[in-house]
Design a protein around this ligand. Sequence first.
Ligand SMILES: Cc1ncc(COP(=O)(O)O)c(C=O)c1O
Length: 470
Amino acid sequence: MNAESHSHEHHSHEHHSWAEPYKIKMVELLRMTTRAEREQAILEAGYNTFLLRSEDVYIDLLTDSGTSAMSDRQWAGLMMGDEAYSGSRNFYHLQDAVREFYGYKYLVPTHQGRGAEHIMSKIMIKPGDYVPGNMYFTTTRLHQELAGGAFVDVIIDEAHDPASTHPFKGNVDLRKMDALVGKVGADRIPYISLEGCVNMAGGQPFSMANLRELHAFCRRHGIPIMLDATRTIENAWFIRQREEGYADKSVRQILREICDLTDGCTMSAKKDLLVNIGGFFACNDEQLCLKAQNMVVVYEGLHTYGGMAGRDMEAMAIGIQEAVMEEHQSARIGQVHYLGRKLLDAGVPIVRPIGSHAVFLDARACLPHIDQDLYPAQALAAQLYIEAGIRSMERGNVSAGRDPATGNNRRPNLELVRLTLPRRVYTQAHMDVTAEAVVEVYKRRNEIRGLKMVYEPEYLRFFQARFEPL
Ligand SMILES: Cc1ncc(COP(=O)(O)O)c(C=O)c1O
């Protein structure tokens, strides 16, 4: 039995369906466009979906970051914002929620995830250090490099194979960790960055068994484990579904068990935590917290708001409580799997098992006639927009950027288009329309041509690069 049918069986057994545990009380109207309008819009956007105007998009699957729908309680929370410069009541609410659900003692808020990554990289990495991680994330790796560190990929090999159905493709390969310690010494490793539901691998979880082994290894060598907690609640849900011994534990309990095996975290609250903006750094070590508090006043804002308004912190404190609800995660991940299964049934190559936050099209398998330096995933995302006004994003050679040592494109194994689902935003019918459009583009795949990059910004080029069709 493969992993997705396994998890499906579990959850349909318990809940019969992934129906939404909420009803809708306000809607936002969408604009429909013609194919001619979309062809013009994508041309003006330099064939980069990041450069489209949101008004020109029908179904926006660019990202799940900051795009989720808040609940009535969260909106009510906004009205309770305490906008004092210092010591806002909302900061203390957020600190209480982080202590209760994540278990970390100290909280330093930031404007979003990369703000926390910046602070952590600056206070923990020395030039010449090596920072292992279970696959890279774009902003995370860049901040490590800007602080003088070198990222080292220690995820299991299966994560780089879109067809592997390993149930925990987010796992760390302990042999790779051991080899790194042997080669550079534990002194040169300030921490390992451990991501839940690894974004670049397709939203793939790590297992608790793997984390326990990693924890034992890291304790032996004195290496802290810093969690990228962005999608850890979704990871906890997969552990409950797939890992022996966890079916009777709650997502909330599993989340605490994960955090208790780590030393701190960075967080982009724009994902799991159901808010439109926000993030934080958290840890258990007082000295580290003092350093982070001192650094945050330089780059983000005072240590009791870190770039957020008081109301944003309140919405996040409430969002944490909603995010750990079983029925929320079942519906959220259930919707992703609904879309993924439709595409699998139609024979479209996607990353398997289906992950937590998105369905990833395997552009390398769809477009074998396009060389990776002509950016097949970028071209596929543009075609999907032209077809139906659906906005996705490239996660392949453009996102991976250039190797700082050689200056060449990194040409990663995974050349993907990410269809990312905002939480609590789209309906099952939107998923049907999306699947139909993807199948339509897939049928015409032989006609799709590659792209030439005509503008390449220095940092995180995928956000702003421009392309022309060949
Ligand atoms: C795994 C992961 N880490 C870090 C970040 C960075 O967070 P932000 O976009 O809030 O700066 C993101 C999202 O962009 C992410 O998906």
